[in-house]
Design a protein around this ligand. Sequence first.
Ligand SMILES: Cc1cc2nc3c(=O)[nH]c(=O)nc-3n(C[C@H](O)[C@H](O)[C@H](O)COP(=O)(O)O)c2cc1C
Length: 387
Amino acid sequence: MKLRRCTIVMFEPREEVSVDFNAMLAGRTELSTTIAWFALAAHLEQPVPVSAAQRELLGSVGSSEWTDAGDIRGAPGDWRALLEAGLLIADDEQHATHRLRDEGMRDGHWWPLAALVHRHARWSGVNSAAQMRDSNMVTARDLRRQLGAPPPAVQIHPGTYQPLPAVDATDYDRMLERRTTCRNFDAARSIACGQLAQLLQRTVKAQAVVQVEADTAFLKKNVPSGGGLHPTETYLLVQRVDGLAPGLYHYHPVRHALVALPRQCGRPLHEVALAMLSGQDWFANAAAHLVLVPRFARTNWKYRNHAKAYRALLLDVGHISQAVYMAATECGLAAFVTAAINEVDTEAVFALDGVTQSPIAVVGIGWRGDTPDTAEFDPNGVVWARS
Ligand SMILES: Cc1cc2nc3c(=O)[nH]c(=O)nc-3n(C[C@H](O)[C@H](O)[C@H](O)COP(=O)(O)O)c2cc1C
């Protein structure tokens, strides 16, 4: 068997605080602190605790060339443990799962720190809404009480600020004023298929295809994209769109068409939406959810191991979400965006591998309900008329 180190791994010394039992037996309450090393790999979902010997061993094995297992320096028990954990990669069939995931990272041309940030920030089974409520961190006043005052809302530089002219509002300004994140969707009202089509057409549809070579095309869209690469796919969870069966879809930005995707589980769509949105029930009634999923290799094809590639990807998703807000607001619909999503659960729903593509945010659209049961940020009373 031949071995090599996985493509991207970094080590973190973590402090663990525990109760000192010896002190406790002597009638004292003391906390003892220990430092443990963890390996964070880009193809593994969880940090792996490692001993000092395993850490050194891993650092002595190359990640590009294969080494015979017999030539590995260190105790066999150590390299075997690293192999089973996926930190060492083997060329045999038994360890193919870790090898394939690692090859996905290798071929993905990731900048190592970005790969680690993406991998280890993903959630599975988190209920952020329950956490917020349990810790009484729901309203702005709750936050102030528990966290103290935030940094000021406005930064003041020394000097004299020159006033700018107030420009007369146009229809565009009035539309902008109506853009407010919706947390009160009408759970009974469907949107028209034409409304969803128009929204997709305005935001993620390709307005032109520039064919550079037979196998190389660039898309022009109404949103900007780092490197003009438009790596972000749109997957949909449709709950109430007239003429579209409720279910999961993928959008083709050139054909302007949807394909139905197989359901990976028999759970009701509303439950799937709730899990995806980490329990944020105030968003789950949107008529359609758009899951924004970059294909990392498309961006990293140009920006190989590039320190800014992941940042550009995140900004791309932000542009799409703002465009969705605008397109929805213009036709009287409401919208939201959230990054507080369970990426791992969402990947399972849409059969995404989480290595070559993985969701960054979910946006939703639908009709606003009649009552503001959950607070929205509408201080000027534009959306919810002042009573
Ligand atoms: C990147 C991003 C992530 C967000 N995530 C959440 C979220 O998880 N839950 C939520 O209720 N609102 C979320 N929002 C909406 C913001 O809370 C909202 O934009 C903010 O309160 C200002 O309100 P407005 O959009 O109505 O102006 C998010 C907004 C952005 C841009």
